[in-house]
Design a protein. Structure first.
Length: 573
């Protein structure tokens, strides 16, 4: 199959959690196969998903108890029933949620594990279990992470699901050998349960991925750059992270203050001990990427910029104001990665305002970056997110899981946005706007008096600085002039145009599909022209994120045909 950086292709961003299901949340079962069939019918070659790890408080797939384990919510319960591990009456006994378009995580949490525990009891209660050898083989193959994860989750339950840094027993908190042995005995049944859950997740994943690949479709998975502080990863591998002797972080991840956030963003994830990782040949990271490449066909690495420079905030802190930028491992890490794993298919998340050194690193790595349509319209024709400025080696999106839906974004300022989109998609049809004549001397407003400078008294360095300042002022005037013309142009277009929602969507999708970008990924919500109610995540907020789900009737033959036509017309089949 083609790779994301050498052949034209198209795909859809659709989290597994968002698939239709009668059991509260999407799974790897029948509806997943149905969606894969829809992708095939639509001429799509890529199915992009969000991280698939077990989620914790807040339900974010980017804060997981393990970088290796799979989410128990995604296990298909009907498949367990077909295997004789569950009674249908038990599955149907629970109320999995009142609304088919939203996940009720509290209900799913309460119901799901009761059902899985029943399946586990039947699995181990069968003395003639035909899957006994397969289970033992799975545990042996994955023991490097599975043993620690199963013990971590079991001990966590012993301490009322508190974060591991708050466990009352210091001996197990700091992984003393005697304590590890003690809890392996004490929590033996729970450990079996967590191993069983992972066995079933990976067993179903293999079938799910096999079906998707059989249809000629690749799975583009997502790997958060940072792990959760409360995870089996930090508990079992303290040397890999920047922790003190008590296991608490010295510094944590986040973003500095900017235009959008006066106090920055405090994510709270532990940072990596890159000195230790370098000394060990980046072994931990290479194992992690290897596991991702075995799970997915293509892997998106979130927050790629942190491999160049990362923001470190002293712990504890209430905000991100006092952090500083530190150097990451740079290209050395990726050279080591390729030496060990060949050249895995990776997409680099390179969004936002970045230092030039990040783009240099991205170019050296050879990985495609990302371009997001919703970020394109600041009035500057040189904006890198405008479709006419895309390069081939990139993945183009209408928006990501962190953006408002296309319709939600459009409706925030429809008139001006429509003019901007139209002028991007149909530049030849944009009417010229006459520049207003310069004001006469009588009309000009008096400028503020400027301090007169005797240039002859300036040093060479001061004169250079003075000329540089003048040049910047002239550039700003010219930029403001162009933006004013552009604004008026867009506003006039918006007055004249009378386009339906369907025509607006068609205009946008045509621009992305016809761009130079080798790969185009569209959120399903955007294809369906759904509003802000279908937004997946609003960064820096809690409560209403990660909940949206699709209805079965969304995936019509008409939409499949429309997507197929886009793909054919842009040579993406």
């Amino acid at each position: 199959m083609e790779t994301v950086n050498n052949k034209r292709a198209a795909g859809i961003l659709m989290p597994i959690s968002s698939l239709p299901s009668p059991y509260g949340i999407g799974t790897m079962g029948k509806e997943a196969r149905n969606f894969a069939d829809f992708l095939k019918k639509s001429g799509q070659k890529i199915w992009q998903i969000l991280p698939v790890g077990p989620t914790s408080y807040g339900d974010s797939p980017y804060q997981s108890f393990s970088t290796y384990a799979g989410n128990p919510y995604f296990i298909d319960l009907e498949a367990l029933w077909e295997e004789g591990l569950l009674k249908k009456s038990l599955i149907e006994y629970f109320n999995w949620g009142e609304h088919e378009n939203y996940v009720d995580y509290e209900r799913v949490y309460k119901c799901r594990f009761v059902v899985l525990e029943d399946a586990c009891a039947r699995f181990f209660g069968n003395k003639n279990n035909p899957e006994k050898d397969a289970y033992e083989s799975f545990c042996e193959k994955n023991k490097d992470w599975l043993e620690d994860y199963a013990l971590f989750m079991s001990v966590k339950a012993e301490f009322e699901n508190k974060a591991w840094t708050e466990w009352d027993d210091e001996e197990i908190r700091l992984r003393k050998p005697e304590a590890l042995a003690k809890y392996r005995v004490k929590c033996a049944d729970k450990i079996l349960f967590w191993k069983f859950v992972q066995f079933k997740f990976y067993q179903q994943w293999e079938k799910f991925r096999g079906y998707v690949n059989y249809l000629g479709i690749k799975i583009l998975g997502d790997m958060p750059i940072y792990v959760a502080m409360d995870s089996a990863d930090t508990w079992a591998n303290p040397d890999v992270f920047w922790l003190d002797e008590e296991g608490k972080p010295v510094r944590v991840a986040g973003c500095p203050p900017d235009y959008f956030s006066a106090k920055g963003q405090l994510w709270g994830n532990p940072l990596y001990n890159w000195d230790y990782l370098k000394e060990t040949g980046y072994e931990w990271w290479i194992k992690r990427v290897k596991a991702a490449t075995e799970l997915f066909d293509i892997t998106r690495i979130d927050h790629f910029r942190a491999f160049d420079t990362y923001y470190a905030i002293p712990y504890p802190a209430e905000d991100a104001v006092n952090g500083e930028w530190l150097n990451g491992p740079g290209i050395e890490f990726f050279e080591k990665l390729k030496a060990e794993l060949g050249d895995p298919e990776i997409v680099a998340e390179d969004l936002g305002s970045l230092a030039d050194s990040v783009y240099v690193l991205l170019e050296k790595s050879g990985y495609p970056g990302m371009r997001v349509f919703e970020f394109a319209f600041d009035g500057d024709d040189r904006n890198g997110y405008l479709p006419h400025n895309y390069c081939e080696n990139c993945v183009a999106y209408t928006g990501t899981h962190d953006n408002d839906t296309l319709r939600g974004w459009f409706e925030k300022e429809p008139a001006l946005t429509l003019g901007r989109i139209y002028s991007e998609c149909y530049p030849d049809k944009v009417p010229e706007i006459e520049e207003e004549p310069e004001e006469t001397s009588e009309e000009k407003k008096p400028e503020e008096e400027k301090e007169e400078i005797d240039l002859e008294k300036l040093t060479a360095e001061e004169l250079e600085e003075y000329n540089k300042k003048l040049e910047e002022e002239e550039k700003k005037k010219e930029r403001d002039r162009r933006l004013t013309i552009k604004y008026k142009q867009d506003a006039k277009l918006a007055e004249d145009l009378k386009l339906s929602d369907e025509e607006v969507l068609d205009m946008i999708l045509t621009a992305l599909y016809n761009s130079k970008a080798n790969t185009v990924i569209i959120q399903l919500q955007d294809i369906l022209w759904l509003g802000s109610e279908a937004r997946m995540n609003t960064p820096s907020t809690l409560g209403d994120n990660w909940k949206w789900r699709a209805s079965r009737e969304y995936l019509t033959d008409e939409i499949a045909e429309r997507l197929m036509n886009y793909a054919k017309n842009s040579n993406r089949i």
